[in-house]
Design a protein around this ligand. Structure first.
Ligand code: GLY
Length: 411
């Protein structure tokens, strides 16, 4: 615990620190065992036998006829796990592996097909630069940020980042997904690193438009929307991975919470504080006394038994961050406690101890409608779990340090 963290009230109870340290030991061990087995491919979901299903980094998103495929949006997360394992253990092998893997992932920095380049590079090149100070990582992240910023579609009603597909494909151009909120950190980092505020403006515009286009009156969220480019009005709200167009896909709510917390930190706007808390409170209401939500809060019958631990990890990471940046001391303590409890629950109840299960968290659900990774580990769930552990155990070391947003700066 550094003095800055202690001053910000970020001391960890001893039992939690031990639990999180022990968990990071197991993470580092699993990652070191798996790294030599992956060849040039990257893990994305575990198969029923517990082994990782793999994809090359080069697989981009796109339409095949009318069918949309996300492609490999997971590859950066593996680099993130290697970097976190390096920080935790000090073992230089992880840093060598991270650099080699980064070379395989870097080709995607010029991918104009998908918003997911945010996920890919904010989990890899951004912490790679933060940890090493090596400009090579920063240049890769900036290239990707340029591509993400270029997805901005401006309308008379606001501007949004189109999520899916090449920008000259009208299907992709008019649509946006709630997941994009969690791709904004790449733009915020690029603005801070380069001094070019246009990256921040693009992210801020998207966050504001998402509040109008995606959030329902009860603070739940659509998974995806289509906008009329001539007016900026939403023409339809729909789902891709949820149970129905009007249902509450749990991970979508997690992405919204995460994105508004990040937007609060980077813009200091009171509006985003409000949205972060409202979307989080809605999530907690629907969660009730459970640790892990169902994949969709409105799933029915046997489907309602399918859980998504990735959502718990995403929300835990977001709430720990909200517990660092909230302007009010008591609220900081309360959000942090809630995030840490979720994280401890994941360590105790959902960590995959069985050596045959190669993922970190059991019981994530990638996509029930597509029958993909339905009761499995997911690479993004594992990444956000480790990001949350880093935020709890070594604040400011994996990603740049955060501090409370001062009320005077909130607008
Ligand atoms: N497509 C992002 C997600 O599965 O959450």
């Amino acid at each position: 615990m550094n003095q800055e963290a202690a001053a910000a009230g970020q001391a960890l109870p001893n039992d939690m620190r031990e639990l999180f340290d022990r968990t990071l030991d197991r993470v580092a061990q699993k990652v070191a065992e798996d790294e030599p087995r992956l060849g040039v491919e990257f893990p994305y979901v575990t198969l029923p036998d517990g082994s990782w299903d793999l994809l090359p980094a080069s697989v981009s998103a796109g339409y095949t006829g009318e069918a949309w495929s996300h492609g490999n949006w997971f590859c950066g997360f593996w680099v993130g796990l290697l970097l976190a394992s390096h920080l935790h253990t000090g073992d230089p092998r992880y840093m060598t592996w991270a650099r080699e893997r980064m070379r395989l992932v870097a080709q995607r920095a010029d991918d104009g097909n998908t918003h997911d380049i945010g996920f890919i590079f904010e989990s890899s090149a951004v912490p790679g630069f933060h940890i090493t100070g090596d400009d090579w990582y920063a240049q890769i992240a900036l290239r990707a940020a340029d591509r993400l910023r270029a997805r901005l579609v401006t309308t008379p009603g606001g501007a949004y980042l189109a999520s899916w597909g090449p920008m000259d494909d009208p299907r992709g151009r008019r649509s946006s997904a709630i997941d994009t909120m969690a791709n904004l950190p790449l733009l915020y980092w690029a603005a801070n690193h380069s001094g070019d505020g246009s990256y921040r403006m693009a992210a801020d515009a998207h966050a504001a438009m998402t509040a109008k286009g995606f959030l329902r009156p009860n603070w739940s969220t659509y998974h995806a929307v289509e906008y009329d480019e001539a007016t900026g009005r939403r023409t339809r709200g729909f789902t891709f991975q949820g149970a129905g167009d009007e249902s509450d896909w749990a991970r979508g709510q997690g992405w919204a919470i995460y994105g508004y917390v990040e937007s609060l930190r980077e813009t200091r706007k009171a509006r985003y504080l409000d949205l972060a808390e409202k979307t989080a409170n809605y999530y907690l209401e629907r969660l009730g006394d459970r640790l892990v939500p169902p994949w969709d809060f409105d799933a029915e019958g046997a489907d309602a038994e399918i859980k998504d631990t990735a959502t718990t990890a995403i929300v835990a990471s977001a709430l720990i961050e909200l517990g660092t940046i909230h302007p009010d001391r008591a609220a900081r303590a309360a959000w942090r406690a809630r995030g840490l409890d979720m994280l401890a629950g994941l360590c105790r109840e959902e960590f995959a101890d069985d050596p045959a299960h190669r993922g970190l968290l059991r019981n994530s659900c990638y996509s029930r409608p597509h029958k993909q990774g339905v009761v499995s580990a997911t690479m993004f769930g594992d990444y956000f779990f480790v990001e949350a552990l880093c935020r709890a155990v070594m604040p400011g070391r994996f990603l740049p340090a955060s501090s409370p947003v001062t009320p005077a700066a909130s607008v």
